[in-house]
Design a protein around this ligand. Sequence first.
Ligand code: ADQ
Length: 563
Amino acid sequence: CEKPDARPLRQRLLVVANRLPVSAVRRGEDSWSLEMSAGGLVSALLGVKEFEARWIGWAGVNVPDEVGQKSLTKALAEKRCIPVFLDEEIVHQYYNGYCNNILWPLFHYLGLPQEDRLATTRSFQSQFAAYKKANQMFADVVHQHYEEGDVVWCHDYHLMFLPKCLKEYNNSMKVGWFLHTPFPSSEIHRTLPSRSDLLRSVLAADLVGFHTYDYARHFVSACTRILGLEGTPEGVEDQGRLTRVAAFPIGIDSDRFIRALELPQVQDHIKELKERFAGRKVMLGVDRLDMIKGIPQKILAFEKFLEENSHWRDKVVLLQIAVPTRTDVPEYQKLTSQVHEIVGRINGRFGTLTAVPIHHLMCISAGNFKRMAGLLSDLCGIALDPGHAHGSNVVMLSAPFSSPFLIAHSQTSMYSGKELQFGLHIEKQTLAYKADRSLDFYALCALYAVTDVALVTSLRDGMNLVSYEFVACQDSKKGVLILSEFAGAAQSLGAGAILVNPWNITEVADSIRQALTMLPEEREKRHQHNFLHVTTHTAQEWAETFVSTVETFYNTIPLCNHN
Ligand code: ADQ
């Protein structure tokens, strides 16, 4: 969203995504604080500097009153962001319901939890209606801000209905749609009651893009098998109107990471981390706390590795950084508790007085830290103050909690007392302190740089940018990437990484041993392969190729009427 410096901007671009790259928190009737959000889409698009881009999306907050809407619109305008205001009911049905409860698990080949299946089947129609309504609201905002010649770039599974709404407004709009998740096999897609509506709406775009050739192929098969349309090597044809379909593998702004490593604040973090973990190999996981990321499976594989390789127990540490996501969804709350419990158990099993094998870090803001400290003090007279954020390795409380207890996470001064990770469970009840921050960019770069082995074990992942960021920061260390074969990144970084099936924890445990003992020449060779890819297939190149393809192939032929 930041305006780039000197270079002339080529093209006006309207980037439309469910969420804006900032989250808004109301501080007063007309005062707002805006904070950057973490996530793959934001990371990739922030690297795109060649366009005069405006971002249209939801700011993650319900603003029912006109004063609030006006003041938020003004505050966001400075960041070149334009809000779409969604009320609570729409958010519940469209975002939590249709997007997160139906499309997200389906596109990642994860079934619904048993107890949700029937409920979801019943609420499907109302959720789909809300989805269409929300997409129409996005279209209305795009329409208000559109200028002749703009390219409108719609993002992700939240907005599959948007291309159709936009073309109905104005058939000469140049519209591209890109999916950041996998597109599943047509056998999975055809189970959706709204399967045809979604496909037809996406086909209204001029260009439809995916991370990999496989996802594009699944999409074309769905169109041929479900809609009976003709698939061609270029895309999908419907009564003479061709929608281009192609793979546009995303990248990162690799220079940003490489340059950051030279900065004094990153060098300080690196020094501090090296001292802290001296004599131990560092393994790293960085994920949104989401079931697709395979975090419990990863931690269980690490446990297996420790079980089978006792001589490594005090020589290796796993840092698992989790950025909380969709924290009001019960399934995600369950996942958080599950991860905390597994980490607590393994640390109990293999930890010593001086070292724990897993540091599971969730970041919490200063306000939440204060509230949590107050609660602990009231409940059990334990004083926890920001001083804990400096130096002490583990804050661990057991008594007086009987069952799953914990505050068992490490602290380092890189959080400067502002952020602290935590988990507090009393009698299986999670008390209400959300981990609500992402890790600071410089701290993240330092972590990538000191890592010996990165573990990316997603059960499914559209691409996975963490694997790219790790490679970008490893040019001096030449660390090893263990990568799930079910991440899109396996197709680009597969030759340099150790590929694993994340469901097979024995295989992942073996790959950890292989990575930790890999000879330097082998590491160098693998790293060079990946480094070359990451530094040449960048976010900038991705965006430019996508946008110029929209411009080349945009359709003036009107949509076919299938009603
Ligand atoms: P995500 O599922 O969000 O993205 P990913 O591609 O790994 O996944 O990107 C995560 C981004 O968030 C990275 O840039 C990472 O640095 C950042 N991040 C993660 N944890 C963080 C933390 N604790 N603090 C700060 N930053 C953190 C979706 C799809 C992916 C696809 C991307 C882009 O699910 O498959 O690669 O979009 O298309």
